[in-house]
Design a protein around this ligand. Structure first.
Ligand SMILES: [Zn+2]
Length: 516
């Protein structure tokens, strides 16, 4: 998919494209100063920077919804309807995406938008502080402010999107086109299947050789060297991006020309934590860098990614699916002893690292969860969000519900709020409706991996050799370079031959944890 070089015969559409380019420029600036906000900005700039980011978002909003944009959109849609032969696939999809963006913004007033931008940026800091001080009171006050704002947004979105419920309207921001009914169906199916698999996997893993714990101190600089090297092997272009450490939760962003990946400060006692984050954010980063960008096309809405489900699928494919194969650890293990200055360390063998990374054990922490129980963490958050947005639950009710659910479903009990309800940054930054996209992304990752194995016959020996670029090239060709030319579920069907289905995820887990 490439944009045509000739000027388009519809004058209004040409004007729209110019407007899109300016909006794209402003958005790129907002992205970069938001990443800087989390990484190198001096503390004293905090208030002003928040103000600048909010202002930029307001400007972007004004450019999207102003009367001339609206008139150009109407004229261009009329032109497309009357001269469909003059519109190629790229321009048609670009107009459709521009209309969608207009509709999404037209329902919002600038004050609400500014509040969203403030919550998104301020929320990360509030979250860090609450965690540091295990301060639920501060968290509750912040989350109550967020909940009021998000419910207001949901009402507006539900009306304009004809959604069945308020929560379904929010989901559209992350997994466009997915009904709440379908989500419940998929989630209940996965829940039933994984509840059957979980005790079988735990029983089977009891028979394995015991895991040797990591006992060394792993130099932070060496860890970051390893993380950067792995991303380089996957084809992440450090001339067009970077990997940074901060005290906040990991996040990715920027543009295809300047892709910023941020992970939490490395843990000197466990290099596998930062590696996991780097691979996850790296999967996001490869997607961003692979989006269409030539000739300024990156500023057009059709060049944007397909939303959170597809984004998370790219991250989870690298981190959880490929990054937990035995072959990945066969590649990694011989390189670790030199890097961390150890000799014949039994904790660093490929087998031990693989056993450690595929150990299934219910935990309190979502990010540290294994690939199987990860789903239950998402399911809990999904249920809470559903009730909270619909007004069936209040922020103050969450901790008790959380503790009881964790106890009943995973047999673990948080001892404090840091271990429980406050662990994730998402709600703090206003992302209600996001969590389901991790499970959908995991489903999509398993489905893509199934096809990738057929398309790249020597895939596993390539992983064993650290030859990861064919993986990225495959993703690039089938997913990244497509931008938003078609909806995510249609693209997935074209690439894999099947509608999105949880069956690929269930078979992947069955094969990995109970097969062979
Ligand atoms: Zn992610």
């Amino acid at each position: 998919m490439t944009p045509s070089k000739k000027p388009h015969p519809c004058q209004a559409y040409c004007s729209l494209k110019k407007r899109n380019r300016n909006i794209g420029r402003l958005s790129a600036i907002a992205e970069i100063i938001s990443r800087d906000f989390l990484t190198t900005m001096p503390e004293g700039a905090y208030e002003n920077r928040l103000d600048q980011i909010s202002y930029l978002h307001r400007r972007i909003h004004d450019d999207i919804v102003c009367p001339d944009s609206q008139a150009w959109l109407e004229e261009a849609q009329e032109h497309l309807a009357t001269h469909p032969g003059l519109w190629d696939e790229w321009d048609t999809a670009n107009l459709i995406e521009t209309v969608k963006r207009y509709k999404n913004h037209a329902i919002l007033d600038p004050d609400m938008l500014e509040e969203s931008a403030r919550i998104a940026n301020e929320g990360r800091r509030v979250h860090s502080l609450c965690l540091k001080n295990n301060d639920w009171e501060m968290a509750q006050a912040h989350l109550e402010r967020v909940a009021v704002h998000v419910r207001k947004l949901a009402k507006l979105k539900a009306k304009s999107r004809n959604s069945a419920t308020l929560y379904e309207a929010l989901i559209q921001d992350y997994s466009p086109g997915v009904s709440l009914e379908k989500l419940w169906k998929w989630f209940n199916h996965i829940d039933t299947e994984l509840r059957i698999l979980l005790p079988q996997v735990i029983e089977r893993q009891k028979m394995r050789t015991p895991i040797v714990s990591l006992a060394g101190r792993y130099d932070p600089e060496a860890q970051m060297w390893l993380n950067r090297s792995l991303l380089e092997l996957f084809g992440f272009d450090f001339d067009r991006g970077g990997l940074y450490e901060t005290e906040h939760s990991p996040v990715e962003g920027g543009t295809p020309d300047d892709t910023r990946l941020v992970i939490k400060n490395v843990d000197p006692r466990d290099f596998m934590n930062s590696m996991k984050s780097a691979l996850h954010e790296g999967g996001h980063g490869l997607y961003i860098q692979g989006l269409p960008r030539k000739g300024g096309s990156g500023y057009q809405p059709v060049s944007h990614d397909l939303g959170t489900t597809m984004h998370e699928s790219q991250a989870l494919l690298v981190e959880m699916v490929i990054g937990r194969t035995p072959e990945f650890f066969e590649f990694l293990a011989p390189r670790l002893e030199g890097l961390f200055h150890t000799v014949r360390d039994p904790s660093l063998t490929a087998g031990n690292l693989h056993r450690r990374k595929t150990l299934v054990k219910p935990t309190l922490d979502r990010k540290g969860a294994d690939e199987l129980t990860y789903f239950f963490h998402i399911f809990l958050r999904f249920k809470i969000e559903c009730d909270l947005i619909e007004g069936k639950m209040e922020v103050a009710d969450i901790p008790a519900f959380w503790t009881e659910w964790m106890h009943d479903h995973l047999g673990v009990m948080p001892q404090n709020h840091t271990e429980g309800v406050m662990q994730d940054v998402h709600w703090f930054v206003g992302k209600f409706g996001y969590f389901q996209a991790y499970t959908l992304g995991h489903m999509v990752a398993a489905q893509l991996f199934d096809t990738m194995q057929q398309d790249i016959p020597d895939l596993y020996s390539r992983i064993r050799n650290g030859d990861f670029k064919p993986i990225t090239k495959w993703l690039n060709r089938h997913i990244h370079s497509k931008g938003s030319i078609q909806p995510w579920d249609e693209l997935l069907k074209d690439v894999t031959g099947s509608e999105p289905s949880p069956d690929f995820l269930i078979s992947h887990i069955e094969n990995r944890y109970l097969g062979g």
